[in-house]
Design a binder for this molecule. Structure first.
Ligand code: HEM
Length: 557
C-alpha cells in the first residue's frame, strides 16, 4: 500500500479509494432500492420474453400518453394506486370506478384497472397471453422464482405441470385423515376452553391459522408443527407473516444480501424495520432449509404429498427440483395456503356469530349429514376415520355451499389487484385502446361487487340467500363470475386442499359448537368490533385487528 502511495502519490490514492467506495455504495444502493426486475435481472441473463416485456414497458411508473383517454383519478400521473393505498387498494379501486362511473379506470401512469367480468375473462382466461406484472418479482427469494412468482408462461407451465400430481384431487384426499386429526384437536381445545372456570374467550383468527398452518405445513413439508395442540402460532408461521408483510426495501435488501453475502457489512446501517424484517426472513430460511434437509435425509414415501413434489421430474430439464428451489417452492405454498384458508373460516364464523338465524339453518343442515355430535377429545388419527365428515356429502350441502360462496364473494383472500401485462399488439377494453406493455388487472374483490345488475342492489351486504332467490339465468352467471381462486392458467393450485379443509372444518366445528349469543356486557358472545374486521391486505387479506375474539356454546342435541 505504502509503495502504491509512493508511486502514485497521496492525493491520487485517496481519490482512487474514494472512487472505489463510491462505486461500492452506488452498487449496493442500486441493488437494494431499484425496483425489482429492472436492469440486470439480478445476476442472470434476461430471457427473450423478459426482454420483450422490458422493452414494451410493463412498468406501472412509466408515463404512457396513449392512456390519456381512460377515465382517471387526479393523482394517477404521479403515483400508482398500489403505493398510495398499500393494504386497501381494493376499497379505493371500487370507489374510483363508482365515482367515475366507468368499468375501466387509469390507476397509474402506465396502469389500468377493469371491474367487469367480461374484461376479466379476457385477461384471466385459459390460453391467455397476459403475463404476470413486475410486482411478482418482489416476492422472489435470492432471484429464485416459485410457481406463484413466475411471470412468464415458458417458466410457469413446466413447473405447474411438475406440481400438478401432488395437488390432484386423489393426492389431496390422502391428507383428509390428517385434517380430521387436527380438527379433533381443535374441537378438544374449544371444549377445554369452554369448561374452564375462568374466561372462555378465544381468538378464532389465530385458532384457524394454527389449523390451516399445521395442515399446509404437513402438505408442503411433511412436517407436523403441532400448532393446534399448542394453541399458538409457531415462530415459523410468525416469520412467514412477517415476510408477507415486509415492504419492498426489506425484500430487496434480503435478496441482495442472500446473493452477495460479502456486502453483509452494510446491514447495520439499514433502517431498524428493514433489519428486523431481514432477521425474520433469515430465521425462516434456515428453519425451512433444516426441515427440507431432514426430510431428504430420512427419505419419504409416495404416500406423503411432499415426496410427490420431491420426486416429480421437470419436463424441460429432465430433473427433479434442486433442494434450494424445493425450499422456495414449498415455502411459497405455506405463504399461499395458511392465511387464505384461515381468512375464509374467520369471516364465515364472524357472520354466523353476528346473525344467529344463519347459524341455525346451518346446524339444521349439518344434523342431517352428521346425526350425532363428534366424540371430542380422542386426538388419535386412527380413530378419526370413524367420524370423519363425508366430504363429498358436505360439499353438496346447499346452505353450507351458499354461505361459503357468499364468504368467497365478499372476502376473496386475494383481494388486491394482481397485475398482468397487455401482450404484443395491445388490446381494446370498453372502446379504449390499451397498448402492449400496459399493466392491467381486475381485483376480484371489486369484480365481486361492481355489477349491480348481476349481484343485486345489495351487492355490498352478506346475504347468502341470494344464491337461492336469484333467477336461474342470473344464478348461472353469478356462479361463472365467482372467482375467489382466480381463473385460467394461474388459477390457485391449492384449491382442492383449501376446499377440503373448509368443508371438513365447517362441518366438524359448527356441528359441535355454536357461537355464543350472550349479550351480557361482562361476557359478550362476540367481542371483536366490526371496525376491526375490515378486510385489508397487501398480498393476502386479513381482518384489520388480526383477531376474531368470541365465545362459544356446546351443541348437545
Ligand atoms: C381459501 C383459500 C385460498 C384462496 C382464496 C386462494 C386464492 C388464490 C388466488 C386468487 C390465486 C391467484 C393469485 C395470482 O393471480 O397471483 C392463487 C394462486 C395460488 N395459490 Fe391459492 N388460495 C387459497 C389456498 C391455497 C392453498 C391451500 C395453497 C397451497 C397449499 C395455495 C397455493 C397457491 C399457489 C401455489 C398459487 C400460484 C398458482 C400459479 O400461479 O400457478 N392456495 N390462490
Amino acid at each position: 500500500m505504502l509503495d502504491a502511495i509512493r508511486s502514485i502519490g497521496l492525493l491520487p490514492t485517496i481519490g482512487l479509494l474514494a472512487l472505489i467506495l463510491a462505486l461500492l455504495g452506488v452498487s449496493a444502493y442500486a441493488l437494494l432500492f431499484t425496483p425489482a426486475g429492472d436492469g440486470i435481472l439480478l445476476g442472470r441473463r434476461a430471457k427473450p420474453e423478459e426482454k420483450q416485456f422490458g422493452s414494451l414497458g410493463g412498468d406501472a411508473n412509466k408515463p404512457n400518453e396513449l392512456l390519456s383517454s381512460v377515465p382517471s383519478w387526479e393523482n394517477a400521473t404521479s403515483k400508482t394506486l398500489n403505493s398510495v393505498y398499500p393494504v386497501s387498494e381494493h376499497f379505493a379501486l371500487l370507489k374510483l370506478h363508482r365515482s367515475l362511473g366507468s368499468p375501466i379506470v387509469r390507476t397509474g401512469p402506465n396502469q389500468v384497472h377493469v371491474a367487469d367480468t367480461e374484461s376479466r375473462k379476457v385477461i384471466f382466461s385459459q390460453g391467455t397471453n397476459y403475463a404476470k406484472g413486475k410486482l411478482y418479482d418482489l416476492f422472489d427469494d435470492a432471484g429464485i422464482k416459485n410457481t406463484f412468482t413466475m411471470r412468464f408462461k415458458t417458466d410457469h407451465a413446466p413447473r405447474r405441470k411438475l406440481l400438478s400430481h401432488a395437488f390432484s384431487p386423489a393426492s389431496t384426499k390422502t391428507v383428509r385423515p390428517f385434517i380430521a386429526h387436527k380438527l379433533d384437536s381443535l374441537l378438544d381445545r374449544l371444549n377445554s376452553t369452554l369448561e374452564k372456570e375462568q374466561d372462555s374467550l378465544i381468538d378464532m383468527f389465530t385458532a384457524y391459522q394454527t389449523l390451516s398452518g399445521d395442515i399446509t405445513l404437513k402438505f408442503a413439508f411433511a412436517h407436523d408443527a403441532g400448532m393446534v395442540e399448542a394453541g399458538r402460532l409457531d415462530q415459523m408461521l410468525l416469520d412467514i407473516r412477517h415476510r408477507t408483510k415486509a415492504k419492498a426495501p426489506s425484500r430487496r435488501a434480503h435478496r441482495a444480501l442472500e446473493m452477495f453475502p460479502w456486502i453483509s457489512f452494510i446491514k447495520r446501517w439499514l433502517p431498524l424495520q428493514v433489519q428486523q424484517d431481514i432477521q425474520a426472513m433469515r430465521r425462516l430460511d434456515s428453519q425451512v432449509r433444516s426441515i427440507v434437509n431432514s426430510f431428504l435425509a430420512r427419505g419419504g414415501d409416495e404416500s406423503e404429498v411432499f415426496q410427490k413434489i420431491v420426486s416429480a421430474i421437470d419436463d424441460t430439464t429432465g430433473k427433479s427440483l434442486d433442494p434450494e428451489v424445493l425450499m422456495v417452492e414449498s415455502r411459497g405454498l405455506v405463504i399461499a395456503g395458511v392465511e387464505t384458508t384461515a381468512a375464509a373460516m374467520t369471516y364465515l364464523t364472524w357472520h354466523l356469530a353476528k346473525e344467529p338465524e344463519l347459524y341455525d339453518k346451518l346446524l339444521d343442515e349439518l344434523k342431517t349429514l352428521l346425526p350425532s355430535t363428534a366424540r371430542v377429545g380422542s386426538s388419535k388419527p386412527e380413530l378419526m376415520s370413524n367420524y370423519l365428515p363425508d366430504v363429498d356429502l358436505v360439499s353438496k350441502a346447499p346452505w353450507l355451499t351458499a354461505l361459503l360462496k357468499e364468504v368467497f364473494r365478499l372476502y376473496p383472500a386475494g383481494a388486491r389487484p394482481f397485475p398482468r401485462v397487455v401482450p404484443e399488439g395491445g388490446a381494446t377494453f370498453h372502446g379504449h385502446y390499451i397498448p402492449a406493455g400496459t399493466e392491467i388487472t381486475c381485483a376480484t374483490w371489486v369484480q365481486h361487487r361492481w355489477d349491480l345488475d348481476l349481484w343485486g342492489k345489495d351487492a355490498m351486504s352478506f346475504r347468502p340467500q341470494r344464491w337461492f332467490d336469484s333467477d336461474p339465468e342470473r344464478l348461472v352467471e353469478m356462479n361463472r363470475c365467482l372467482v375467489p381462486f382466480s381463473s385460467g392458467p394461474r388459477v390457485c393450485i391449492g384449491k382442492n386442499l383449501a376446499m377440503d379443509v373448509l368443508h371438513m372444518s365447517i362441518a366438524a366445528i359448527f356441528r359441535n359448537f355454536r357461537p355464543s349469543r350472550s349479550n351480557d356486557p361482562a361476557r359478550p358472545g362476540l367481542v371483536t368490533k366490526d371496525e376491526d374486521m375490515t378486510f385489508l391486505g397487501f398480498l393476502v387479506a386479513f381482518p384489520k385487528g388480526h383477531k376474531l375474539e368470541m365465545r362459544w356454546e356446546k351443541v348437545t342435541e
